[in-house]
Each structure stands twice: as C-alpha cells, then as structure tokens.
Design a protein around this ligand. Structure first.
Ligand code: HEM
Length: 303
C-alpha cells in the first residue's frame, strides 16, 4: 500500500483528551488511502464541492448575510449540536468513539446557547423551534447514537473539522456584515477557546480517527454517513434560502474580509490538503486562492 508523508502534522506537540495522550514524532505523519481520515476527505470531496456552491454559503462568504437567516442558521446548529453532543456524551466510552471525545475543546452546545440568548433574549428557548430539515438531521443523529454509535464519527468529522477549517473567517464576515460587537457577542460558536492551533488540532483529530480499530466495512459506512451529513447540512441551507426569499431588505454587505473567498479561509499548510482546490475552475478564484496562500505563507514565516 503506498503511503504519503505529510509535514503539516501537529507541530510535534502533544494534546490530551480523556486521559490519553497522542504524540507525533518529529511532526511527521504517515497517511495511507485506507486511513479513515483519507477515506473521509476523498469520499466527501464531491458533496463538499456541492455544499460550497450552495447560494446560502456563497452569499454568506460575500458578506450578504441577513440577520434573520443567520439567527435561524444558529438555531439549526443549536439543535444539531445538542443532539450530536448528547449522543457523543452517552457513547463516550464506546471503543469506536472514546478517542474522539473532546468536550472541552470541541463542544459547541454551550457557545450556541449563549449566541441565541444574545440574539433572542432571555426567553430564547421559547422562541426557537426545529425546522423540518433540522428535525430530519437530528433524528438521524439520535437513531445512529442508539443503533450504530460508530457512525457518529461521521457527524463529528463533518461538523467539527469543517468548523475548525473556517471559523475565524466566517466569524469576521458575520461580525462585519451584521455589525456585531468586536468583543464576540453572538459569535461564540466560531470561537474555540480550548484550541490553541486549529491546524494542530485537526491533525490530532485525524490521527485519532486513523487509530480507531475499525474494519473496512465500518469505515466505508462512516464515509457514506459523512456524505449524508453534508446532505443534511445542504438541506438546511436550502431551507434558509427559501426563508430568505420571503424576507425583504435586511441584507447587509460587509466589506470583504481578506481571505474570505472560502468558508475555510485559514488554510495554513499544504495546498494539496484542500479538497476543493481542484474544484476551483474559475481562474479568478484560483488567483485569489494563490494570493491567500502566499499571504499566509509569508505571515507564518514572519511570525
Ligand atoms: C464555500 C464553502 C466551503 C469552502 C470554500 C470550503 C473549503 C475547505 C478547505 C479548503 C478545507 C481544507 C482545510 C484544511 O485542510 O486545513 C476544508 C475542510 C473541510 N470542510 Fe469545508 N469548505 C466549504 C464549506 C463546507 C461545508 C458547508 C462543510 C460541512 C457542513 C464543510 C466541511 C469541511 C470538512 C469536514 C473539512 C475537513 C476535510 C478534511 O480534512 O478531511 N465545508 N474546507
């Protein structure tokens, strides 16, 4: 089996969760096509490109964010993360999940609750409800939490790895577009206080996924479940687009945030890691993408 060496591992640092410690020698990781992290990246590449091209996501990145839609998006996230984190909590000792249990570093439920309180006020819980697409997503998470907990890996991967790949850029776009306080109220979801380096943490998370003792059938099922998770997210985007059509005005154009051409603007490291790069057929996008990469490279070198 051919193996690929990458140098963008966890900066040679170690991180702990649940008492376990993972160290990466010399910052070098060996990846194989049969590694779950590689299978997930390859298996979700196509659906990921589709998610990237939904109108809701594209508008968001352009800073065309309607506050009402942003709030509804947060509501959907709140119910989704509540279900996912409840199931992760219930299954935290399951051998297929224990190594991915990082409540302090990753869990978003509390951050989303604080954001919703900011947007809706003290009685926020009385004001929010599950949309049909969110309900289907939540029901699926609860069902696999009961019957096939290993598949929760797919949902955790889809959300947390995505959030860690784009949080700061999305935060800046949203903050500027909706003129939210720079102190972070309403934007706690994007803030991972327990994670010093998103890049290092993602590398740790990938290595934890690869260390799970899973047979190839289960790995394949996890990849299929991740595709489903992307589809659930896209259904929610579709719902928000529909709501958006019925809203008047309320579009706030943010000045573009440097590097905000992609949801996941903090693409430090190897450009070939980006599952979307091949999808950037538009020359202008490629140009912007390369500029961003050069900027990040210079920034990292200097600081
Ligand atoms: C315009 C929209 C988007 C763009 C341009 C984009 C771009 C990217 C890029 C470049 C990466 C690689 C980052 C790295 O390796 O450090 C990435 C990772 C990721 N993104 Fe996005 N993304 C978008 C939307 C989404 C959405 C909507 C989701 C899910 C709901 C998502 C989930 C993920 C996941 C799970 C990863 C981790 C891939 C892996 O390393 O295996 N992305 N994205």
């Amino acid at each position: 089996m051919s193996a690929m060496r990458t140098e963008d591992a966890a900066d040679g640092k170690s991180t702990a969760n649940g008492g376990g410690v993972v160290c990466q020698e010399g910052g070098v990781t060996v990846l194989r096509p049969t590694d779950l992290s590689e299978m997930l990246a390859a298996g979700t590449k196509e659906v990921h490109e589709k998610a990237e091209n939904t109108e809701f996501v594209k508008d968001f990145l352009r800073g065309r964010i309607r506050k009402e839609l942003f709030k509804l998006g947060h509501v959907a996230l709140y119910f989704t993360y509540s279900a996912m984190e409840e199931e992760m909590e219930r299954n935290k000792e399951h051998p297929d999940l224990a190594a991915l249990y990082f409540p302090h570093e990753l869990h978003r439920w509390d951050a989303l609750a604080r954001d919703l309180q900011y947007f809706y006020g003290e009685d926020w819980q009385d004001q929010i409800s599950l949309s049909p697409a969110t309900q289907r997503y939540v029901e699926r998470i609860q069902q696999i939490g009961r019957d096939q907990p290993a598949l929760l890996v797919a949902h955790a991967y889809t959300r947390y790895m995505g959030d860690l790949s784009g949080g700061q850029v999305l935060r800046k776009v949203a903050q500027r577009a909706m003129k939210l306080p720079p102190t972070g109220e309403g934007l706690n979801f994007y803030q991972f206080d327990g994670i010093h380096s998103a890049k290092a943490f993602k590398q740790l998370y990938r290595s934890r996924m690869n260390e799970l003792e899973l047979d190839s059938h289960t790995k394949q099922k996890i990849v299929e479940e991740a595709v489903l998770a992307f589809q659930f997210n896209m259904e929610i985007f579709g719902e928000l687009e529909e709501v958006g059509k019925s809203l008047q005005g309320d579009v706030l154009d943010a000045a573009p945030v440097h590097g905000a051409h992609g949801a996941h603007g903090e693409m430090q490291g190897d450009i070939s890691q980006c599952p979307y790069y091949a999808g950037f057929t538009n020359f202008f996008c490629q140009y912007l993408f390369i500029c961003l990469f050069i900027y990040l490279f210079i920034y990292i070198s200097v600081y």
